[in-house]
Write a protein of this length. Structure first.
Length: 203
């Protein structure tokens, strides 16, 4: 990515953090990035293209964070490592994360390409977390435990970002989150491996 496009995305990220999608007019982004509005359309075909680029960049970062297969051969350790890396990524890519998980409105709907990358992100998460289950566990069950893990981690990320963080001590939020993830992961392993077979597995 060239410097001009990077500057535009950085400018859009800063504006998004301050005011959400409503703050992302083409003129405001151009002014912040120090480029002409024509440059915005030349590089991204307007606001929609910029938001798509941020959305795709954010989910690509998530997929990279979940690439832990070569870092550990133990399924439990892979999930814990992926969880920690996911939280680090949520901090590093805060504007992207806000866009990905913010309430979508008429000002932005992800393109087909963006939705495809998002689906790849969830597929990767399902692959990592699903590794906790026996090899013959059904596909739907792997998706279920992935959603449970994702929801837990996202909850901590959301609390850290939310105004409610002022009411509680979030200084060690990652450590607290990891404790909760360990409890969940160990519970998943225990329930499934005690079940003995897919027919007896928890629903």
């Amino acid at each position: 990515m060239n410097d001009s496009k990077r500057n535009i995305l950085n400018a859009a990220s800063e504006l998004f953090l301050r005011g959400g999608t409503a703050a992302l007019s083409v003129r405001a982004i151009a002014t912040k990035a120090g480029v002409s509005t024509i440059g915005i359309y030349s590089h991204f075909q307007g606001k929609q293209g910029i938001l798509d680029a941020l959305f795709i960049e954010g989910f690509t970062a998530v997929i990279t964070a979940l690439a832990v297969d070569e870092l550990s051969c133990d399924p439990r350790e892979r999930v814990l490592l992926a969880s920690r890396r996911y939280m680090d990524t949520a901090e590093e890519y805060e504007p992207h994360y806000g866009l990905i998980f913010g309430k979508l409105d008429d000002s932005y709907q992800p393109s087909e390409e963006a939705r495809t990358v998002a689906a790849a992100g969830f597929a990767r998460l399902t692959e990592v977390v699903g590794g906790l289950l026996p090899a013959d566990a059904p596909t739907g069950a792997r998706a279920d435990v992935a959603v449970q893990t994702w929801a837990l981690i996202h909850g901590f990320v959301g609390l850290k970002r939310h105004a409610v963080a002022e009411l509680i001590d979030m200084g060690c939020w990652k450590e607290r989150a990891m404790e909760a993830v360990e409890i969940l992961v160990d519970g998943i392993i225990s329930r499934w491996h005690q079940a003995g077979s897919p027919a007896e597995a928890p629903r």
